[in-house]
Design a protein around this ligand. Structure first.
Ligand code: APR
Length: 231
């Protein structure tokens, strides 16, 4: 029976693909206050600004590629039962070849009805006011905005609770409930934390291995070590 690895990723794993993180750029997201472009109030106040912001993000995503860290994680799947729980809204894990990916904060390449959150459509072009779902209602980005529910949290908790090993890559551990996921790991579960500026320290968990490197320099070696353990 393959051991289970759960990988929690944040913006840092996509940084070397050219997608900026949130808190490395003094809290502005591409020059915008996050509450202006990533909250229901912001969308209510200025829908065109918000739709344009995500149109820019979507366009940029289509010009970047997965990096060596995304790709290394796919190699784990031949030796472990791997599930990825990401806070990222990009599709770089999927484009690298990962199949079992939970997006806690939504997906940039999807949109949904403003009146029925179950009506979700794949969407790679620009989204404008007047673009409607089949039910005739305005479409919005399929992104979890600040203050909104995180529907995938329950599934994510189930994954972490059953992990034999947890990897945490490229997250500042500042946004809940995502940041609290690691607390659901069974006591003693080995946790590998990859981040050039780690937000936690060795004493925070009882079996924590901090790798103070970028994802591209730290994850491929970590994956090789984890594969050696079971080869
Ligand atoms: N490799 C690995 N980690 C990196 C790299 C890199 N090349 N560059 C930066 N980092 C680390 C930073 O040190 C930081 O700890 O990635 C982390 C990025 O933190 P944030 O920008 O806060 O991103 P994240 O933790 O994913 O934010 C969580 O906040 O704005 C909301 O919904 C948004 O999903 C996002 C959530």
């Amino acid at each position: 029976m393959k051991k289970k690895i759960v990988v929690l990723t944040g913006a840092g794993i996509s940084a070397e693909s050219g997608i900026r993180t949130f808190r490395d750029s003094n809290g502005l997201w591409e020059g915008h206050d996050v509450m202006e472009v990533a909250s229901p109030q912001g969308f209510e106040r200025n829908p065109e600004l918000v739709l344009d912001f995500y149109n820019q993000r979507r366009k940029q995503l289509l010009t970047v590629a997965p990096n060596a860290a995304h790709i290394a994680l796919t190699l784990l799947a031949s030796h472990y039962n791997v599930s990825i729980v990401t806070q990222n809204v990009d599709d770089l894990h999927e484009r690298a070849g990962s199949t079992n990916v939970i997006h806690l904060h939504g997906e940039l390449l999807k949109v949904r009805s403003t009146t029925d959150e179950k009506t979700i459509l794949d969407w790679t072009k620009d989204l404008f006011l007047g673009d409607k779902c089949p039910g005739g209602n305005q479409l919005r980005p399929h992104i979890v905005w600040f203050g909104e529910m995180v529907p995938q949290m329950e599934n994510a908790v189930k994954e972490v609770k059953t992990a034999d090993i947890v990897l945490i890559i490229g997250t500042s551990m500042q946004v809940y409930p995502a940041a609290g996921l690691v607390d659901y790991a069974k006591t003693g579960t080995p946790i590998y934390f990859v981040d050039p500026k780690p937000a936690i320290s060795e004493g925070d968990f009882n079996n924590l291995h901090i790798i103070p490197k970028t994802a591209v320099s730290g994850v491929p070696d970590l994956v090789n070590d984890l594969i050696k353990k079971v080869s």
